[in-house]
Design a protein around this ligand. Sequence first.
Ligand SMILES: NC(=O)c1ccc[n+]([C@@H]2O[C@H](COP(=O)([O-])OP(=O)(O)OC[C@H]3O[C@@H](n4cnc5c(N)ncnc54)[C@H](OP(=O)(O)O)[C@@H]3O)[C@@H](O)[C@H]2O)c1
Length: 325
Amino acid sequence: MHAITIPEPGGPEALVWAEVPDPEPGPGEVLIDVRATAVNRADLLQRQGNYAPPPGAPAYPGLECSGEVAAVGAGVTGWEVGQPVCALLAGGGYAERVAVPAGQVLPVPAGVDPVDAAALPEVACTVWSNVAQLAHLSRGETLLVHGGGSGIGTFAIQLGKALGATVAVTARSGKHDALRELGADHTIDYREQDFVEEIRSATGGRGADVILDIMGAAYLPRNVAALATGGRIVVIGMQGGRKGELDLGALMAKQGTVASRALRSRPVEQKAEIVRGVREHVWPLIESGKIRPIVDRRIPLAEAAEAHRLVESSDHLGKVLLVRG
Ligand SMILES: NC(=O)c1ccc[n+]([C@@H]2O[C@H](COP(=O)([O-])OP(=O)(O)OC[C@H]3O[C@@H](n4cnc5c(N)ncnc54)[C@H](OP(=O)(O)O)[C@@H]3O)[C@@H](O)[C@H]2O)c1
């Protein structure tokens, strides 16, 4: 088969379409004939040599895919050859075929284009596990999503609204109209406005009950300042650095929580549990039309370098798909 390989880390040109050995499904695995995959921010780090795949994961980038079941390994039940599926991967989506633990496979939700389904597994699993399961976002609460225009952000807006929350986002101003259409109640231009002041004024001084953060160190003190009493900050990205200063006094005064999770390196059993939760609670929201995949554009898989340039510029909204053929 062919895959996007990274012979030497570097810029987008480091991505090379090459012939590689076909994967075989091991016991408990499903082999997927990939129709589409999606670019995640983590893929850019992997390409630069800053985010190695976890042990046992395929060497090629790609944290999710959609396609059809090509074969099933020993002991797999519930999946049949030819069935349209999508899957959460630890890597290897930028390829014609990928083998994945059966617990990370999901059916294509009814009503969703099978190609667009490649935009769902990573964001659905990340946002569900962090915002709903970990931070327990509840009806009537306020969710602040940093990077509302990202793949993660566009999904978080929709899930937050579906869970009955008020949703505020930070994003560059050119994306605000689209994010309001997706359901965002408050849009904050992080380049021009102070999100702490804005979230306070939007909540009558209370602050955000849950903050989904992708900026890490750069936003840590301001996230604590923006938090409501009893609020929960979940850090899932470090785009603004990994070492920050945390004022524990300020956090305690708010009875606050700071948590963080990385999906890719979690054990297979934990991923399977998250995928089960997503199938039970999130898939129905997609099938009823409350949440939809937000696809900026489709780019041929062999031209992955172009897709990486686009995502690096952040000129996209939602997800950029890489499609075969
Ligand atoms: N921990 C996990 O398990 C996990 C899983 C998946 C993703 N993630 C993380 O989630 C983040 C989003 O991933 P993605 O693939 O969806 O990314 P993406 O589509 O490439 O989006 C990145 C976003 O960062 C935003 N941004 C840049 N500077 C900002 C700032 N100062 N304030 C607010 N937003 C800012 C950009 O917004 P503008 O375009 O508006 O400038 C852009 O929308 C990444 O950091 C990724 O590593 C973590």
